[in-house]
Design a protein around this ligand. Structure first.
Ligand code: V47
Length: 382
């Protein structure tokens, strides 16, 4: 029989006892509960609760995928204040890759074990629906084993507008060409007061959610994110999580939630406010609270590229069940000051996860198990 005393909660956080009881009973947490969880200084209590919620769902399994990121262009029509990746076409380091160049780059690193290709990029006015459909179908032909996770809701909205098609028609064409799922980018913070300041030209929260709902109805899974560590309040974060939870109740197609730590280098928001990088406490808190609030999401992902491998490993005791993957080439955060590696080996991921006392599970893009790594079967780091 599990109760709050099994969790040890009566020792660590008496002020969270009522929330702990709800977690044990698997009752839904309220907006006020979310705010209190963000405000507690008892990070270990938060970790115990989030770990409990995660273990109830995923046992000791922690998932990762052999994947490859591709960013076809950094030229973007929008001017989001937090973005260090975007360029105007006249800038010397602006780039746009042809389909042949993308295939060539991909061929250099994609192996038969690569299960997911993650494609996102700037909103380029000359890159038409035809370009993206040909890109998807060529990638599918060349790498049939790889699932294509591509285009944020923001890209879908822009492609629909320049193609003079509805969102649904745009998604339909992309799915016909090989789109398998969508990543969670572009969500930032839904609250209009914040959105107006950090990304005034971007689709609003309602539209972002509606596009994901449509994708779910068309039969594809998607992810969700939240960009934290800038001008948002705790209430804005809880509001964001509850809106995602409501969308999931309606359409059910989200797989994983990824809190993204804002990186302040080389962008207007960081320059204007002299913002610093997020702290370890903030990172762990966002991961743990999202595990507790998003009771209808299977997974919370720690993106090691952003918060460092060491903290991502620690977060496995704070409700996290996914470490993304091998990545290979990352641009968006490295342009914004990330000092982590660009890629990691499968062996290193297995080592981080097992050293945290969890079971490493290599997955495909839809969380089907490819391989469970048991002690004695860990690949060598050399
Ligand atoms: O939407 C941009 C963020 C996102 C900065 O679905 C920044 O599996 C921090 O969504 N500091 C795109 N963040 C990346 C993304 C993602 C990443 C990994 C996995 C998945 C997934 C999705 O990157 C953008 C924005 O929120 N971003 N600039 C910055 N300076």
């Amino acid at each position: 029989m599990i109760n709050t005393s099994t969790l040890g909660m009566e020792y660590v956080a008496p002020e969270l006892a009522d929330i702990a009881q709800k977690v044990v009973n698997q009752d839904r947490l309220s907006f006020e509960d979310g705010v209190r969880l963000y405000q507690t200084s008892d990070i270990l209590a938060l970790g115990i609760l989030a770990n409990y919620a995660n273990v109830m769902r995923n046992g000791t399994n922690v998932y990762f995928v052999q994947n490859r990121h591709i960013n076809p262009t950094n030229i973007c029509a929008l001017h989001c204040n937090f973005c260090s990746f975007r360029r105007d076409s006249y800038e010397p380091d602006a780039y746009i890759w042809t389909i042949e160049q993308i295939i060539e780059r991909a061929q250099a690193t994609i192996t038969e074990h690569t299960r997911e290709i993650h494609i996102v990029g700037g909103l380029h006015p000359d890159l038409t629906l035809d370009y993206y459909c040909t890109l998807l179908s060529t990638l599918k032909q060349t790498f049939p084993q790889a699932h294509l996770k591509a285009f944020t809701a923001v890209e879908i909205e822009y492609l629909a507008a320049i193609s003079k098609l509805s969102r649904k028609e745009t998604l339909y064409h992309l799915i016909q060409a090989g789109l398998d799922s969508m990543p969670g980018g572009g969500a930032e913070i839904f609250h209009p007061r914040v959105r107006k300041r950090i990304c005034p030209e971007k689709v609003d929260g309602d539209a972002w959610l509606a596009i994901h709902g449509l994708a779910h109805q068309l039969g594809i899974k998607t992810n969700a994110t939240m960009l934290y560590g800038h001008i948002e309040t705790v209430e804005d974060c809880v509001d964001h999580l509850i809106r995602l939870r409501e969308q999931q109740d309606q359409t059910g197609g989200f797989m994983t939630f990824i809190p993204l730590a804002y990186h302040p280098t080389n962008n207007n928001l960081g320059r204007a406010r002299a913002l610093d990088f997020t702290t370890g406490m903030e990172d762990l808190r966002n991961l743990a609270v999202s595990r507790l609030m998003l009771d209808n999401f299977a997974h919370i992902k720690s993106y090691w590229i952003m918060i460092t491998p060491g903290l991502a490993q620690l977060s496995l005791s704070f409700g996290v069940s996914d470490m993304d993957g091998t990545v290979i080439e990352e641009r968006i955060y490295h342009d914004a000051g990330a000092t982590t590696d660009q890629a990691i080996t499968c062996a290193a991921l297995v080592q981080w996860i097992s050293a945290a006392g969890k079971t490493p599970v290599e997955r495909d893009a839809l969380y089907n198990e490819i391989k469970v790594y048991h002690p004695g079967q860990y690949p060598s780091l050399r």
